[in-house]
Design a protein. Structure first.
Length: 380
């Protein structure tokens, strides 16, 4: 396949976003408490939940910033972004200055106000994206600065590097929240190029190169001991192809923004993750470091990360084989995972049977970002 085939798919991605995805999730809009709904049923009906995750409020805020940037019903998109920012700068912030984890869905405040680096990263990401979109830019960036100050004060690990994934700091360290903090730093840099956010991003890149990929095969690990050593047994023996792909895209984005060479690890992770794809180009959940399947079920998000990684390699190298791989990942998504009405089947078993019981709103971030990247790279 050539780039012209990928360009046709980019136009199809835009059409699906503008005529199916954004309308569906905007129709469900906000709950009475002013929150984005946590999930829809597989029939696209809203599901009542007692609590909602702060990360869902952040991810849906991002979804509508992308809708606004793509030119979809800008008044509606801006209204929903402003509502999301209002939550992320108000009810979602705990007395510590960091975001909490979950909110009572009826608006009574926190169900769990404890800090979690994963949630913090997504709040920062959403605030940065809102500042670049319909705003409000100044309040969003001021809130982000306050969160970063609290994170430095309460969560930074000056001895081993990185940040506490939870407070108090746990005994098991995780790469995934740091990966999304890197993503947030890159978004903050785009919103405020003079804010010093690339310096923080570069610290995480250093941790990635010296610790996250120090295990067998130079692959991206998931769990670590407090000093970032690879643990023995299951915690160190399995890796996730989706995260290998996600880091390829992040390394490419960092290199582009920082005007640096693409780190060598990107090719290594990309080649390994591609070797684990099935004959149709689908990514599974978890494999051994030798590439043997461990969890052969398939969720939506690794397919979106494969698409982003293929696009990053295409943009970096310009080789048509990456366009072919991107076409395959797009076709897997559009044919198997995404619904005509703008939703998704989030989880399949290895045999293709449906494991998903509902349609989590949190998946939208992955799909919208991947399709926005496709549209950007192909200028569609």
């Amino acid at each position: 396949m050539t780039t012209s085939a990928l360009n046709r798919r980019a136009k199809e991605a835009r059409l699906w976003l503008e005529e199916s995805c954004f309308p569906l999730w905007a129709e469900h809009g906000l709950t009475r408490a002013g929150y984005f709904p946590e999930a829809l049923s597989l029939q696209h009906d809203e599901i009542a939940r007692d609590v909602t995750r702060v990360r869902v409020q952040a991810r849906q805020t991002y979804v509508f910033t992308e809708a606004w940037r793509l030119g979809w019903k800008r008044d509606t998109a801006a209204r929903l972004v402003h509502a999301g920012v209002s939550v992320l700068t108000g009810p979602a912030i705990a007395p510590t200055g960091l975001p909490g984890k979950t909110l009572h869905a009826d608006g009574r405040g926190f169900a769990d106000g404890s800090a979690d680096l994963y949630d913090t990263a997504f709040v920062l990401y959403a605030l940065a994206e809102a500042a670049r979109g319909p705003g409000p830019a100044a309040p969003a960036m001021a809130a982000a600065a306050d969160i970063l100050a609290a994170l430095d004060r309460l969560g930074r690990d000056p001895v081993n590097g990185g940040y506490a994934e939870q407070l108090p700091a746990p005994q098991t360290r995780l790469q995934n929240p740091h990966m999304h903090l890197l993503e947030a730093c890159l978004a903050l840099h785009r919103a405020d190029p003079d804010g010093g956010h690339l310096a923080r991003a570069s610290e995480i890149i250093e941790l990635f190169e010296s610790r996250f990929t120090a295990g067998d095969g130079g692959l991206l690990g998931e769990r670590f001991t407090p000093d970032w050593s690879s643990p023995d047994g299951e915690d160190g023996g399995f890796v996730e192809p989706g995260h290998q792909f996600e880091w390829v895209w992040l390394l490419h984005t960092w290199a582009r923004l920082a005007n640096k060479p693409l780190p060598e690890a990107a090719q290594r992770l990309y080649a390994f993750a591609c070797s684990t794809l099935d004959e149709a180009g689908r990514a599974c959940q978890q494999v051994t470091r030798s590439g043997a399947p461990h969890d052969s079920s398939r969720r939506t998000w690794p397919q979106t990360e494969a698409l982003k990684a293929h696009l990053a390699m295409l943009e970096q190298r310009g080789d048509a084989r990456y366009a072919t791989a991107a076409c395959r990942s797009f076709d897997v998504l559009i044919d198997e995972y995404l619904t005509e009405d703008g939703g998704w089947i989030d989880h399949f078993a290895a045999d293709g049977s449906i494991l998903a019981r509902d349609m989590p709103a949190s998946t939208g971030y992955h799909v919208v970002l991947a399709f926005a990247e496709l549209i950007r790279v192909m200028d569609a």
